[in-house]
Ligand binder design. Sequence first.
Ligand SMILES: Nc1nc2c(ncn2[C@@H]2O[C@H](COP(=O)(O)OP(=O)(O)O)[C@@H](O)[C@H]2O)c(=O)[nH]1
Ligand SMILES: [Mg+2]
Length: 308
Amino acid sequence: MRSKQPTSCPLASASEQPRVGYVALAGRPNAGKSTLFNAFLGQRLSIVTAKPQTTRSRILGILTRPQSQIIFLDTPGLLEASYKLHETMAHQIDQAARQADLVLLLFDAARPKDRSALVKHFLEHARVPVLAVLNKIDLVQPTQLDGLQKSIADEFGIASPIPVSALRGDGLGKLLSHLEAQLPCGPKLYPDDMVAEQPERFFAAERIREVAFEHLEDELPYAINIHIEEFRQRPGHKTYIRAIIYVGRESQKGIVIGKKGMRLRSIGRKARAALEELLDEPVYVELWVKVRPDWRDKERDLREFGYL
Ligand SMILES: Nc1nc2c(ncn2[C@@H]2O[C@H](COP(=O)(O)OP(=O)(O)O)[C@@H](O)[C@H]2O)c(=O)[nH]1
Ligand SMILES: [Mg+2]
């Protein structure tokens, strides 16, 4: 692992020369990348569920501080590809890691050596500095923390990971100043009040997917895709959102709809609440379920759904 020493801004005082750079989040699915991303940004931009592989595309979040602008890239994480969709997800992380000035590699304190070969491969091929972070320390006895950090450092041949709990917010200030010091100096890239780059439609689809993930079991969450067909803000009326839940097979359609439409209605109710929270306005949601046979393996569908 390459590690960069903190650099100083050569020309002017720090107030004239902020630290600006891209920081990609890497690590195994479920390590807590999206939770950390949201904690840094102070809002729920990236969806989080207890199921692995929740994040499918690269999500960009901008944190502007008095002396810095850190552009975080949340990624699907390091995984083996069993569908073409997974290949595009793996590609997301490669791209994000290449575009970044720094990579935060998250380890899950509860499963620190999960698929270590995959993580080692990532470390060996990383082209930018990598900063290791040990997340979920709230799950570890304080007396065991030192030993855990050391065993990760030994196993992966890296410096001791910085301990945090993204869920509780422990250690985040320290981690932020650490990574800030490693970013290059330069002009800010985004206006101070800008947090996201992707449009509201994208985040709306992600919120619906998050709700659907929570309602579905086994393989099914991974077989769905949400497409917003219509997103209309109407003065004096509720915002109208019509979304399609695509599934890969006819049999999956019945499961998503549920007995007498119960599951779909429940997803719809929760989705409306989630979208009202996201948009901060009353929303009317219409959900439809459609079959797009084996979309996860079809380049054309992946392109249409925005994964390619
Ligand atoms: N106990 C604990 N759980 C966490 C922490 N960070 C994330 N989680 C949980 O781990 C699961 C996966 O989190 P997520 O952010 O989606 O992981 P990702 O796949 O790496 O993006 C969710 O259930 C989170 O609530 C943490 O610091 N402590
Ligand atoms: Mg995630």
